[in-house]
Write a protein that binds this ligand. Structure first.
Ligand SMILES: C[S@@+](CC[C@H](N)C(=O)[O-])C[C@H]1O[C@@H](n2cnc3c(N)ncnc32)[C@H](O)[C@@H]1O
Ligand SMILES: [Zn+2]
Length: 280
């Protein structure tokens, strides 16, 4: 992407952004975002800005192959009910609003919000460069950043909604960037989420069945849950879908590739809770 096009995408978002190193306001040139204290971040030809240039990407198992598998799974519609539940929680917003997707991966949810809500301005960020590059490539607008959700490049109170979908959360940061009437939409796996993958690789996994109790308790300590939508269904898989499901999840990171090759899943369980929250 030409830097001038990226600069054009970023300029309507500039008022909401701040330097993650010093909190300073940004100015935009055709080549970079530069803060009032001189911290400079280049606009990438891949359509994003890397605001965490010191973050080491190597050794990260969230690689391009994983995100490509995930993209095919999204394109196959397996997460459409999760996406729809999440969008329904934004449906009463008629005017313009600023949405931050913290840990956006390849941007499936943020992109949908952008497409469905003409008034939405979207900032998507993730520490993984490959994911953010995919997000930026697939989006028609919005700001896409390699950035740490523990140090959000967003001004106090500038976000009307924060999405946190299967990603780590930093509730103090979410509270800081949310407007007083802003909301957090958090998606948390349920106990049966991807149970077929878990069962197929059980011998390689530490610990027993997945329990989301501690994640939910942590959320409730920081936020009031206004409403919640459970999404649970079982979908049949083709052999190609099975390969993608096995390659898109951290659950299989410790499984040797040859062992993964031998597994064929006939179906998959999606079991999640979509929670609409107000920070305490
Ligand atoms: C399971 S993926 C979910 C991605 C996306 N929300 C989705 O559901 O498709 C978790 C994501 O969190 C990102 N992540 C983990 N720690 C992060 C951090 N401190 N700051 C930003 N992103 C982070 C990972 O790079 C990964 O893309
Ligand atoms: Zn700065």
């Amino acid at each position: 992407m030409k830097p001038a096009i990226l600069a054009g995408r970023l300029s309507p978002l500039l008022h909401a952004l701040q330097c993650p190193r010093c909190g300073g306001a940004f100015a935009l040139t055709e080549q970079s975002l530069i803060c009032e204290n001189g911290h400079c971040y280049d606009l990438s030809r891949r359509g994003y800005v890397n605001l965490a240039p010191d973050h080491r990407q190597s050794g990260d198992k969230y690689d391009e192959t994983l995100f490509e598998s995930r993209s095919r799974v999204f394109a196959g519609g397996f997460y459409a009910p999760v996406r729809d539940a999440l969008c329904a929680m934004l449906a009463d917003r008629s005017g313009p609003f600023m949405l931050l997707d913290a840990g956006c991966g390849e941007g499936y949810y943020a992109r949908t919000v952008q497409a469905r809500f003409p008034g939405a301005q979207v900032i998507g960020l993730d520490l993984n460069r490959e994911a953010v590059a995919l997000a930026a490539r697939s989006a028609e607008r919005g700001g896409w950043f390699v950035a740490d959700l523990k140090r959000l490049p967003v001004k106090n109170g500038a976000a009307d909604a924060v999405l946190s979908v299967f990603s780590p959360a930093d509730y103090a940061e979410f509270r800081r960037v949310l407007a007083p009437d802003g909301e957090l939409i958090k998606v948390v796996p349920g106990p049966d989420y991807l149970r077929e993958v878990r069962e197929a690789v059980a011998e390689h996994l530490r610990g027993g069945a997945y329990d989301n109790a501690s994640v939910l308790a942590h959320l409730r300590a920081h936020a009031q849950v206004l409403s919640e939508t459970p999404v649970r269904f079982v979908a049949p898989l083709t052999p190609a879908d099975s390969r993608d499901f096995l390659r898109m999840t951290p659950l299989t990171f410790s499984v040797p590739p040859e062992a993964l090759e031998r597994i064929a899943l006939a179906q998959i369980t999606i079991d999640v809770r979509v929670l609409r929250c107000r920070m305490r």
